[in-house]
Unconditional design. Sequence first.
Length: 381
Amino acid sequence: MSTRYDVLVIGAGVFGAWTAWHLGRRGRRVLLVDAYGPGNARASSSGESRIIRMGYGADELYTRWSVMSLVQWKEFFAVGERLFHETGVLWLAGKDDSRVRQAAEVLARCGVAFRELTRKELEKRYPQIGLEGITKGLLELHSGVLMARRAVAAVAEAAQRLGVEYRVAQIAEPRGSGAISAVTTNSGERIEADTFVFACGAWLGKVFPDVLGARIFPSRQEVFFFGVPAGDARFAPPALPTWLFQEDEIYGMPDLEGRGLKIAVDRHGERVDPDTQSRLASAEGAAEARRFVEHRFTALRGAPIVETRVCQYENTWNGDFLIDRHPEMENVWFVGGGSGHGFKHGPTVGAYVAERILGGAVEEARFSLASKETAQRRAVF
């Protein structure tokens, strides 16, 4: 006799794991599946660390979701492993400081603790940072860094303690219209459920090529960790926060858990296949990261690259999330479009999806399939 689930969640990344957790906590019978496993090396939710920041310029929706998510992350970690580092998050603005000014207004409305810093205050507080071209800063006092790979695994494990079942399986593209009754794995197994949530990140376009193939843009993103001098505490918290240089389109994190100074370019890279793209960092990417480090952190000139990562963003056309039903299969949901900024929002996305499925949340039009275009024009940063 086959088992039938209330909800089958496909994809154990941060969106899928938190969705399963919230549904499990509400007493639903849930199966969570992933082709490779939570926090696996191919996933957008993999890697050591992700920023959790409140600032989104004038975009209050994502600020409020970040605030709610940070509360949930802290509550979750309070009873388990310490996977959040309160480093603070420093925004550095050049000639155009509009986004930082707008962020300050929104943060104030949302009750987020922050401090605005003049150029002189930045020079005094952070002498290890090269501030050429920087006019002002904004420091989010209680934001910081989530330890991504371990955090996703912890959420998936916690969901299982709530009764969620988990297994490794690859789900084939579902077929049909109306309410479908089951999906099949690539090994031929049939899994029945009342509702199906496809939270498979960069694979959404591959699983649903007709609907999402032109609306999900997986891009290659390279990350570099530079070794800091022995005994030098200037590049670790509390001396150095997590930081974002708006005009340079580069962000980074201090030396956490001895991994080194993290540097990553926030520009979208080339479009890739998440199954087959090379996970070896390029010489060109390393050279750009080194140029930036030697410009902004002069004490690290000649520092070794001690670790690299290659992951992917999973972009929608403008950076908004995709959370909506399939246009033809009424009990099939898409949950994705993390677009390089989604990890932090995992708890709130999971709660929102659970409530949408259970009929308790108002639809956010920005997340609808109808709003997703096929030409990229990034608007969410």
